[in-house]
Write a protein that binds this ligand. Structure first.
Ligand SMILES: NC(=O)c1ccc[n+]([C@@H]2O[C@H](COP(=O)([O-])OP(=O)(O)OC[C@H]3O[C@@H](n4cnc5c(N)ncnc54)[C@H](O)[C@@H]3O)[C@@H](O)[C@H]2O)c1
Length: 417
């Protein structure tokens, strides 16, 4: 891997630059530049044909000054130690942005799980949970789903961890099925947060949400709920896209009908009868709208298309949808970008609520979860907006700064700096 593309070196650079901008003492970067612990595990799995195959997995624990490590588990062929280290670093900052009492963690296994049978998938998941059981725990490190894992996998892993330790510990993994110690509102949480953040930005910019035109790139878990909630807040979702196409409806889509269409159409938007027109998927980003929600992949808004974006507000549902060069162009053009580490922090926020419910053996209503999520994210937005104004910077930089301040304070109070 060329150094320029190494995600861990990139994460280190971002931390350094935020520390420099804040003028923190050198010890802060010295501590935050590396994860505190990275574990590599070899997981032998008995395959259906009787052979044994060993899979390699990792768990990176970046920093626990603020609280237990927290972050997803990725099952993907491209997983590697540097990627896991980078993702755990970013998780420390995402948790710090919304002020949930966690540090960053991330794990993964090098595997294409689609090549496994259900039984092999379960044995691998259980094997990984057993392998990392000595370094995780309800108050130590709390993994969650990511690419290639799901609520079902979290249930297997929780069961395996409990067998390994002999403890009842439902809070050791989050993102579990609602029927198995999961939280109501978790499925909707990330998209709901993306909509709340767009609403908060619109208010600051005196843009009435009623009738505001919205385009949503990526109509998956995050995008579909972001679209649903922003339309319930009064905006008009006039364009949505997925990997198959962009659909446009100037009158505003009925989002639940679109979600229904996906269920009956192999999860693809194409062919939806209620649209005015169907365009190429990449045409969505530059449509004439007020709010853009990129909820698909990284590196979608680039130096090539940033000049042509018409939206006044971008609320980033995806991780890393805007390149550094595009960010600068959007900044110059006065487009307000609600950065991913704030806009998509609804997922980790409701994971935190799931954990609280597990530890206290409580069950919250859907309304309580959403109310508390909105309160926490709106407060985080207000704090970050004020710092952005004070430091004359953008939301992304201000979000990193808030996070570093929190971690620095915890490091100082612990006597580590
Ligand atoms: N699910 C969460 O809780 C969560 C939390 C934080 C961040 N994220 C991030 O949000 C993004 C989306 O995650 P998700 O869980 O919704 O995934 P998902 O797989 O449910 O949805 C992704 C959607 O993007 C579409 N897509 C793929 N390529 C596209 C392209 N080139 N143009 C337009 N659409 C395209 C897919 O067709 C799909 O509709 C990812 O970057 C993920 O890391 C997700």
């Amino acid at each position: 891997m060329a150094n320029g593309n190494n995600p861990f070196l990139m994460a280190q650079r971002q931390v350094k630059s935020a520390c420099d901008k804040l003028g923190t003492e050198e010890a802060v970067y010295e501590i935050l530049k590396n994860p505190q612990r990275v574990v590599e595990v070899a997981i032998p799995v008995k395959m259906d044909d009787g052979s044994v195959k060993t899979f390699i997995g990792y768990r990176s624990q970046h920093n626990n000054a603020v609280g237990p490590y927290k972050g997803g588990l990725r099952f993907h062929p491209d997983v590697n130690m540097d990627e896991v280290k980078a993702l755990s670093t970013w998780m420390t900052f995402k948790c710090g942005v919304v002020g949930v009492p966690y540090g960053g963690g991330k794990g993964g296994v090098i595997v294409d799980h689609r090549t496994l049978s259900e039984g092999e998938y379960e044995r691998l998941s259980r094997g990984y949970a057993r392998a990392i059981a000595p370094v995780i725990g309800e108050k130590v490190d709390i993994p969650a789903p990511d690419v290639g894992t799901s609520g079902k996998v979290m249930a297997w892993m929780t069961d395996e961890y409990e067998r390994a330790t002999g403890e009842f510990a439902p809070g050791v993994f989050t993102g579990k099925p609602v029927e198995f110690y999961g939280s109501l509102g978790r499925t909707e949480a990330t998209g709901y947060g993306v909509a709340i953040m767009a609403r908060a930005a619109a208010k600051k910019m005196h843009l009435p949400l009623e009738g505001a035109k919205v385009a949503v790139q990526g109509f998956g878990n995050v995008g579909s709920y972001a679209a649903l909630y922003i339309s319930q807040m009064g905006a008009k979702v006039v364009a949505v896209s997925d990997s198959t196409c962009t659909l446009v409806d100037e009158g505003g889509f009925h989002i639940k009908s679109l979600m229904e269409h996906l269920k009956n159409n192999d999860n693809n938007l194409t062919g939806y009868a209620g649209a005015d027109k169907e365009l190429h998927r990449d045409e969505l980003l530059t449509l004439d709208v007020d709010i853009l929600m990129p909820c698909a992949l990284e590196n979608q808004i680039t130096a090539e298309n940033a000049h042509d974006i018409k939206a006044k507000i971008i609320s980033e549902g995806a991780n890393g949808p805007t390149t550094i060069e595009a960010d600068e162009i959007l900044d110059e053009r006065g487009v307000v970008v609600v950065a991913d580490i704030l806009a998509n922090a609804g997922g980790v926020t409701v994971s935190y609520f799931e954990w609280i419910q597990n530890l206290t053996r409580d069950i919250w209503t859907f309304e309580k979860v959403q109310e508390k999520q909105a309160e926490l994210m709106e407060n985080a937005f207000a704090e970050i907006w004020d710092l952005k104004e004070e430091k004359k910077t953008n939301i992304r930089n201000a979000a990193f700064m808030i996070s570093i301040r929190r971690i620095e304070q915890a490091l100082r109070l612990r006597g580590l700096i």
